[in-house]
Design a binder for this molecule. Structure first.
Ligand code: CA2
Length: 148
């Protein structure tokens, strides 16, 4: 069964605990449970991780080479700042999908550009946490997983 690495970047551990008017009421644990359920139903396995440390995220992406069949990533604030994260994803050979809970294009101008979008084959923004499920379903279809 193909494994998808589901990566959440900085501050996403606070989901559901602060700013529900922007990010909703679901916690990170809820999001990870949604990913596990969706992945299983689509014939995938999800390996869900969150970190507030950019180097840790980059190490996980390096380690995904040859082990994960795809990456679903919410890079959080690093979307708008990190060429290093883009470089790590460019060194990864399999499909990458970028997800944002909020619609970054309806927010402050500094959120309108994501360095990661140049690498992602799909970008989902503004669908709330359902965007994670949509991203996984896209990857299942793309990888020809058994449940897709
Ligand atoms: O909409 C998204 O998913 C974002 O990636 C979330 C990032 C933000 O910097 C991006 O522009 C858009 C922020 C994640 C912080 O999450 C929090 C959740 C609850 C309370 C505080 C922060």
């Amino acid at each position: 069964m193909p494994t998808i690495l589901v990566l959440n970047g900085p501050n996403l551990n606070l989901l559901g605990l602060r700013q529900p008017e922007i990010y909703g009421h679901a916690t990170l644990a809820d999001v990870e449970a949604l990913c596990q359920r969706t992945a299983r139903g689509a014939g995938l396995a999800a390996d869900c991780r969150q970190t507030n440390h950019e180097g840790v995220m980059i190490d996980w992406i390096h380690a995904a080479r040859g082990t994960a069949s795809g990456i679903l990533i919410n890079p959080g604030g690093w979307s708008h700042t990190s060429v290093a994260l883009l470089d790590a994803l460019n060194a990864y050979e399999a499909p990458v999908v970028e997800v944002h809970i909020s619609n970054i294009h309806r927010r402050e101008a500094f959120r309108h550009h994501s360095h990661i979008s140049a690498r992602a084959e799909a970008v989902i923004a503004g669908c709330g946490v359902q965007g994670y499920a949509l991203g996984l379903l896209h990857l299942a279809e793309r990888l020809g997983a058994a449940g897709a």
